[in-house]
Design a protein around this ligand. Sequence first.
Ligand SMILES: [Zn+2]
Length: 91
Amino acid sequence: MEQVQRMCQVCRNRFNKKDLNRFVFDKNQLFVDNQKKHNGKACYVCKNKTCLDSILKKKVFNRIYKTNFDTNQYENILKEIELANTTNKQN
Ligand SMILES: [Zn+2]
């Protein structure tokens, strides 16, 4: 079976979906889509630490969604990712 691949918005490499964090911007809300099925404008960033760090450093979502997200929103998003990844490890 062919794996669906998506591009990481930071390093521009392609990954299988399970190695990516999915983000959705919908109704003016930016959030992590851990279920990977929420409708809205989605983008992906891989799970490498350098890429995750760059999300805040480069404020990548500002460019992708042409919206000015503040640092707080980025920090919340990153906390959510961290939390999700910790939960996955425990399962
Ligand atoms: Zn990446």
